[in-house]
Design a protein around this ligand. Structure first.
Ligand code: NDP
Ligand code: HSE
Length: 437
């Protein structure tokens, strides 16, 4: 049987990795897919740039629309990134009756509802395994492997760059900016690295995970997002003293009132497996009612790990090219007419435990004021640390761990503590999750 001809948009980190893996493992891939997979046409901005892959035999162009309009291609792989042009290209490919594979989480999280509707109309597939957690096949696991479960919650380290930065800061005392520059050199970071650092990339991925876990439409605009740039080495040290690790987590939880959808730095007990996921590695913990907790672990970014997921999608597409579109696995795991309208909860309604760090004046009554405010808001303290003042400094760092409480009450408590007049600077707040199975 003839090879399936594929068009590739983008020959950067992931595009280059995809060409390499397709070529190196061509025989194994053919044995699995039943047909060869051949990249016939590819586009990049600068055709004179050196590439990590061999492009011999591939027709190259600077115009990605030439690729999506090429009638000889059956599948388009979008690895350019961004949302405007990528959306236009993907919709054009679909309109031309081509199947699409993409690693672009921003595109799926923001425009997935529109893209999947267009794909359904044309009876083509849009596969996006590489969009979440790099090489970990977590989309397939939730969508297919856990299809018998009612998913209760999931929590994941889903940005490799952020986890790499936190790990290097903790283990080697390296500077934030230094480690970020290294992540960029290694090809882990997004074109705009603030997406990694400020949690936007993780929120894109969490939006996708929540949709396939709970059967809800993609609602990126309702995700709560907080980045890692405010975490200090002090916080990392205090968390360790208290028996916790700080990880940048994406959390989606089904509650009676709606769905929690939030990305923020989180203290996790250090004995949890996920607390020990370091460097560029990602992990997603998924709790199903039947299976219990499951943990998916692997490289979250980088050329070949991501290519592994892109190529798996290509094999899936090739295997089902001739199948009836109605009998394919639905894009968002649930049948499109069975999506639920469960609301996404505003952050004020989320209930969690907290880590608070404040710089308080070292004199009688200050701590009593703080604990009174917490008690007024019905916030119960689990642990407290007070450190010795630095030489010549009249203030001391105070760290408090609380039991679970609604964010709204914690917001009010923090507002009142900051207004006391005995605090130097704002209160640093992080959420604490025990992630018990
Ligand atoms: P790169 O920047 O390394 O590659 C982007 C490629 O797209 C380059 O080849 C670039 O051309 C080409 N390109 C960009 N703009 C245009 C344009 N307007 N017209 C034609 N070609 C264009 O990005 P990555 O490979 O890192 O990322 C690609 C996608 O994969 C993104 O959506 C990203 O979020 C996602 N992703 C990335 C991961 C990673 O580890 N890097 C992991 C998982 C997902 P040129 O090379 O000439 O500049
Ligand atoms: N920039 C992303 C990360 C790439 O660091 O996780 C993988 O999606």
């Amino acid at each position: 049987m003839n090879s399936v001809k594929v068009g590739l948009l983008g020959l950067g980190t992931v595009g280059g990795g995809t060409v390499k893996v397709l070529s190196r493992n061509a025989h194994e891939i053919m044995r699995r897919a039943g047909r060869g997979i051949e990249v016939a046409h590819a586009s990049a901005r600068d055709l004179s740039k050196p590439r990590i892959c061999d492009t011999t035999g591939i027709t190259l162009t600077q115009n990605p629309f030439e690729v999506v309009n090429n009638p000889e291609l059956q599948v388009i792989v979008e690895l350019i990134g961004g949302t405007d042009q990528a959306r236009e290209l993907v919709l054009r490919a679909i309109a031309n009756g081509k199947h699409v594979v993409t690693a672009n989480k921003a595109l799926i999280a923001r425009h997935g509802n529109e893209i999947f509707a267009a794909a359904r109309d044309k009876g083509v597939m849009v596969a996006f395994e590489a969009a979440v957690a790099g090489g970990i096949p977590v989309i397939k696991a939730i969508r297919e492997g856990l299809a018998g479960n009612r998913i209760e919650w999931l929590a994941g380290i889903i940005n490799g760059t952020g986890n790499f930065i936190l790990t290097e800061m903790r283990d080697k005392g390296r500077d934030f900016a230094d480690v970020l520059a290294e992540a960029q050199r290694l090809g882990y970071a997004e074109a705009d690295p603030t997406f990694d650092v400020e949690g936007i990339d993780a929120a894109h991925k969490l939006t996708i995970l929540a949709s396939i876990a709970f059967g809800i439409p993609l609602q990126f605009d309702k995700a709560y997002t907080e980045g890692i740039s405010r975490i200090t080495r002090q916080d990392v040290g205090y968390a360790e003293e208290l028996g916790y690790r700080i990880k940048h987590l994406g959390i989606a939880r089904r509650t009676e009132e709606g769905i929690e959808l939030r990305v923020h730095p989180t203290l996790i007990p250090h004995r949890r497996l996920i607390a020990n996921v370091d460097g560029v590695m990602n992990a997603v913990l998924v709790k199903g009612d039947a299976v219990g907790p499951t943990l998916f672990y692997g490289a979250g970014a980088g050329a070949e790990p991501t290519a592994s997921a892109v190529v798996a999608d290509l094999v899936d597409v090739v295997r089902t090219l001739t199948s009836d579109p109605e009998n394919r696995v639905p894009h968002l795991a649930f049948q499109p007419d069975a999506l639920s309208d469960l609301p996404i909860l505003p952050m004020e309604k989320v209930e969690t435990a907290y880590y608070l760090r404040m710089q308080a004046q070292d004199r009688p009554g200050v701590l009593a004021d703080v604990t009174r405010i917490l008690a007024d808001q019905n916030i119960s303290i689990e642990a407290m640390l007070q450190k010795a003042p630095a030489n010549g400094d009249g203030s001391v760092p105070v760290v408090i761990l609380t039991h679970r409480i609604r964010e709204q009450q914690m917001n009010e408590a923090i507002r009142r503590i900051e207004a006391l007049g005995t605090m130097a600077g704002p209160v640093m707040r992080m959420r604490v999750e025990h992630l018990k199975g």
